[in-house]
Ligand binder design. Structure first.
Ligand code: ZN
Ligand code: ZN
Length: 367
């Protein structure tokens, strides 16, 4: 995961992916020896020979990492990749996955491709198709492995790292080679699973707690996971969010972000005068939409009669009156009352609204 950029100044997530490959060779996936499809058979035969004591869980993890992690990388970049290249030792002498060397592997691979303008486009398309098939196969196998791995914490880490790697390679293929429908489909299948309402540990997005600690709302995280690829989610997770007075503890269960909603049960209107019984001002949304559909700019005209009755009406903005000179482009962002106290609208006072005029934001006032 070290190859994925994080937000500026973000602390690294504390996630260590163990090396679980049990192969005798430093190259978990022998380049040019096996083809991708028949690798599992050869790997499991090798494990039975050199590690007859190995349980099915360890054998399955070794196969997943050798095949779908190192194997996909080897076939993608068409070069042998040793376990030492993509691992590091921790202080206890255990090996963990470290992908910082991937930048160089990727750069060398890009440099080896023929440039686009001199007949390289067709070559890149062919390589793109090959990589698309490879990643589709790896993703298909990944999904089957997901159904087989148990609750072993190492399994969750290994599967997480494979998903992130496959997603990274998909993005690389789309950008460097060419986007294809196959790559788009694979990317969509490599999204993280949203968390169920009652169990945030059931998602395969292992940076869930890290993202929550950075101030994100779990409900919004679930929504983002359906929109963004696995690697984008890791970047998003590293962005610190503004803390709010209300926490996000209940958002997932509530089905909305409670911190950005008005709690109507506790909401109380404030009035200028004690004992005032005036009601909320409502605008007919349909009238506003009708004006917009007719190509007009809807404005709200607020009037208070001498008897004190308050009325609000949707009117059409006269563009020449507003801007003086003809203007070609208008984009009204939103209509906004600056003061909610009804007193400020007495006698149909000006209403302020934000308008994008010839590419410049400005406040305009209408009489
Ligand atoms: Zn929330
Ligand atoms: Zn009032």
């Amino acid at each position: 995961m070290d190859h994925i950029p994080l937000a500026d100044g973000a602390r690294q997530p504390a996630l260590s992916i163990p090396l679980v490959v049990k192969s005798a060779s430093d190259y978990p996936y022998g380049h040019g020896e096996d083809d991708f499809i028949s690798f599992p058979e050869h790997h499991l035969r090798e494990l039975r020979l050199i590690h007859p004591e190995l349980g099915p869980e360890d054998a399955l993890l070794s196969l997943a990492q050798s095949w779908l992690y190192f194997g996909t990388l080897t076939e993608f970049f068409q070069q042998p990749i040793s376990s030492n290249t993509l691992t590091r030792l921790n202080h206890s002498g255990d090996r963990f996955i470290c992908t910082s060397a991937l930048h160089e592997i990727r750069s060398l691979w890009i440099a080896s491709l023929p440039p686009r303008p001199v007949g390289g486009a067709g070559f890149r398309r062919r390589v793109g198709r090959r990589c698309g098939v490879l990643l589709a196969r790896a993703t298909w196998a990944y999904e089957h492995f997901q159904g087989m791995v148990t609750e072993d914490p190492r399994a969750r880490l290994v599967m997480f790292s494979i998903k992130v790697m496959l997603c990274s390679l998909c993005h690389t293929a789309r950008v460097v080679l060419c986007p294809t429908p196959t790559l788009d489909t694979v990317l969509a299948r490599l999204s993280f699973r949203p968390a169920p309402v009652d169990d945030s540990t059931a998602t395969d997005f292992l940076l869930w707690d890290y993202m929550v600690q950075n101030g994100w709302c779990p409900y919004q995280m679930n929504h983002l996971a359906t929109l963004h690829s696995a690697t984008s989610m890791i970047y998003l997770a590293s962005i610190p969010r503004m803390k709010r007075n209300i926490g996000h503890e209940n958002c997932l269960r509530a089905g909305c972000c409670k911190a950005s909603q008005i709690d109507w049960a506790a909401f109380e209107s404030l009035h200028v005068a004690v004992g005032c019984t005036c009601e909320h001002v409502l605008v007919d949304e349909q009238q506003i939409m009708a004006k917009l559909e007719d190509g007009q700019i809807p404005l709200l005209s607020c009037m208070r009669s001498t008897s004190g009755d308050f009325s609000i009406e949707v009117i059409q903005a006269d563009i020449h009156t507003v801007f003086g000179t003809p203007t070609f482009y208008y984009a009204v962002s939103h209509v906004r009352l600056l003061q909610y106290d009804q007193k400020s609208f007495q006698g149909g006072r000006p209403i302020l609204f934000i308008v994008l005029r010839m590419g410049r934001w400005s406040w305009e006032s209408i009489g």
